[in-house]
Every structure is written in structure tokens, then in C-alpha cells.
Design a protein around this ligand. Structure first.
Ligand code: IMP
Ligand code: MG
Length: 174
């Protein structure tokens, strides 16, 4: 059956905001190179759109962690499914996420990645649901949009692996 999807953020709004955030990153990282860590699978669309707008030297790596099954609720369990290919030593690292919800995934990941001796480590997210935060210590350096506590899809985000390819952010009307 087809789910009904309501547009929360249009493609134009999302792209416009990514350009603004990229400009800020370009200023903050002037004279440096940046090493982007894309959190699969949800972060992949945002990572590409962001990376295309960055003007400093950019390198990319990918990591996959699982904290959720095909469900809309957090299991609280974080597991590295695919680790990075490259060392982080001495690099200015930016973690790129689709959404920060409870913050469990990121609080775990940041601790793991800090031990690999990057020069710096920052966090950039397309969406943030601040109302849902359990791990209050997670500091988000760059946020495109803060959204209310609704389950969203599109622009990389899925509902049971569907709708990642939608070019906008939508709410599934269950
Ligand atoms: P956290 O560990 O609770 O912050 O969960 C972050 C992860 O949960 C994200 O990277 C998403 O994969 C998933 N997630 C949280 N909220 C949503 C949502 O509204 N739609 C789709 N996935 C979500
Ligand atoms: Mg994710």
C-alpha cells in the first residue's frame, strides 16, 4: 500500500539551506582541508550535496552504524557495521549525519572516533530533533534544520528502507 507523505521541507528549501551551511563551513575551515565522514546510509544524499558546495580540499570516508531496525523506535544499541577505510590521525574531521534524534548514535561514535587522534572533530547534521535528545552532551556544530518530533523521510532518510530517494523531507502519515 502507498503511504501518504506530507512535505515538511521542500527540495528548494533544503538545497538553499545546505548552501548557507556550506558557506559557513567554507569560512570556518579557510586554509584547511576537511575530512568528511558520511554516516551510511541516511547521510549519503546530504554528504554529496554538502561536499559539492565546499571549496577547501575535501576527502571522504564512510561508516555504517546500526542503532535501529526497520522500526521507528530506538533500540538504544549502537554497532559498527562498516568501519572507516582511512586513518583519522591529524585530520580535521567532520561527521555528516542525516538526523540527530536521541543522540545515542553520535555520542557513542564521537567517543570512538576521538580515540583515533584526529586534529579536530565536528558534527554537521541535516536535521535535528532537539525535543528527543537523551544524550544532552552531544554538541552539534552545524545544523541545517531543527524539526519537531515527527518521523521524517526523504533526502536519505528511510521508513523501513523506503523513501530515501525523495528529493524533499516529508512526514509519513501513518
Ligand atoms: P539517534 O541515535 O537516536 O540520534 O538516532 C539517529 C538515527 O536514527 C538517524 O541517523 C536515523 O537513521 C534514525 N532516525 C531518527 N529519527 C528518524 C526519522 O524521523 N526518520 C528516519 N530515521 C530516523
Ligand atoms: Mg542514520
Amino acid at each position: 500500500m502507498e503511504d501518504k507523505i506530507r512535505v515538511l521541507l521542500s527540495e528548494e528549501e533544503v538545497n538553499q539551506r545546505i548552501s548557507e551551511v556550506a558557506e559557513k563551513i567554507n569560512k570556518d575551515y579557510a586554509g584547511k582541508a576537511i575530512h568528511l565522514i558520511c554516516i551510511l546510509k541516511g547521510g549519503v544524499f546530504f554528504t554529496c550535496e554538502l561536499a559539492k558546495r565546499l571549496t577547501m580540499p575535501v576527502s571522504l570516508d564512510f561508516m555504517s552504524v546500526s542503532s535501529y531496525g526497520d522500526d521507528t523506535k530506538s533500540s538504544g544499541v549502537v554497532r559498527i557495521v562498516k568501519d572507516l577505510d582511512e586513518s583519522l590521525k591529524g585530520k580535521d574531521v567532520m561527521i555528516v549525519e542525516d538526523i540527530i534524534d536521541s543522540g545515542r548514535t553520535l555520542s557513542y561514535l564521537i567517543e570512538v572516533l576521538k580515540q583515533r587522534e584526529p586534529a579536530s572533530i565536528r558534527l554537521c547534521t541535516l536535521l535535528d530533533k532537539p525535543e528527543r535528545r537523551v544524550k544532552k552532551q552531544v554538541k552539534v556544530d552545524y545544523t541545517c534544520f531543527q524539526i519537531p518530533d515527527e518521523f521524517v523521510v526523504g533526502y536519505g532518510l528511510d521508513y523501513a528502507q523506503k523513501y530515501r530517494n525523495l528529493p524533499f523531507i516529508g512526514v509519513v502519515e501513518l
